[in-house]
Design a protein around this ligand. Structure first.
Ligand code: MF3
Ligand code: CO
Ligand code: CO
Length: 279
């Protein structure tokens, strides 16, 4: 099997899916605060998808081989939960760090998959820094995307930035190709070596979604069959965008009015201001 190249019609369908997926995160943002339960956030997202967008939550009843059906519409992963947290009666409190991962399916059958971090109240310096470095990791990966680049280039830059900051990269879960299928080829590893693995071509669509741990990289699976935690109980963060490879570079498909801007680390260096140079 190989990586599919999307047709212009499929790309148009994925632009819509990506925007709708991002708009669910915009919608839920003002509700994410101390005192709310993850179950309530799930209910609100589900209602918005169904009643406002006319989309379907891809996670609901999703059951890859070896997994029980996922019981909710979105994933909510708090503090030491790395990914696939199941919304429930957990009440968010001051200082929590939460990832909400939304995947919608449009009426034409295309998937829009993305996630963001939310920090509750006054987060610790560690939580803030971990979320920020993880965001930079995702963006450094995105900035490598162009025809002729290799998947290993993406993984390498993510791993380098995470480890330089004293953090670790989760190995068991990765980004993925996506389209009418939720998870398809390729696997997008968040670690690796430049120049290795598949070569990128215009028309490929995949996610970049690094999971970065403050402590060790090892994971622990919970008995619910889905929730993944850090083995050492350290905090974990994740961000996710869906990316199209274009003729000249990349296009972020999961964009909406509320998409956070790129971090300074990926912006081109600006020349020093004239006065500053003369001084
Ligand atoms: N949205 C997740 C991803 O980024 C997958 C969640 S699968 C679920 O690939 F069943 F847990 F929702
Ligand atoms: Co996702
Ligand atoms: Co994904």
């Amino acid at each position: 099997m190989s990586i599919s190249i999307k047709t212009p019609e499929e790309i148009e369908g994925m632009r819509l899916a990506g925007r709708l997926g991002a708009e669910v995160l915009d919608y839920i943002t003002p509700f994410v605060k101390a005192g709310v339960t993850t179950g309530e956030l799930d209910r609100l997202c589900h209602e918005y998808m169904t009643n406002v967008q006319g989309t379907v939550p891809a996670p609901l009843n999703y059951a890859p081989p070896g997994y029980p059906p996922f019981p909710k519409a979105v994933c909510t992963s708090v503090n030491d939960v790395i990914c696939h947290g199941i919304p429930g009666d957990k009440v968010l409190k001051n200082g929590d760090a939460l990832n909400i991962d939304v995947t919608i399916i449009t009426k034409d059958g295309f998937h829009g998959d993305n996630s963001r971090m939310f920090l509750i109240g006054e987060p610790s310096i560690l939580a803030r820094r971990l979320a920020e470095v993880t965001y930079e990791c995702m963006w450094l990966g995105i900035s490598k995307v162009k025809p002729g680049a290799h998947l290993g280039d993406i993984g390498h830059v993510i791993q380098q930035h995470a480890e330089k900051n004293g953090y670790s990269v989760v190995r068991e879960f990765c980004g993925h190709g996506i389209g009418r299928v939720f998870h398809e080829e390729p696997q997008v590893l968040h670690y690796g070596k430049p120049g290795t693995l598949d070569k990128l071509e215009a028309g490929m669509i995949f996610t970049i979604e690094p999971m970065i741990n403050a402590g060790r990289r090892e994971i622990k699976e919970m008995p619910d069959g889905w929730t993944i935690k850090t083995r050492d109980r350290s905090m974990s963060a994740q961000w996710e965008h869906m990316i199209l490879v274009t003729e000249t570079g990349y296009e972020i498909l999961t964009q909406s009015a509320g998409t956070p801007p790129p971090p300074a680390i990926v912006l081109p260096a600006r020349p020093a201001h004239k006065e500053a140079v003369q001084a």
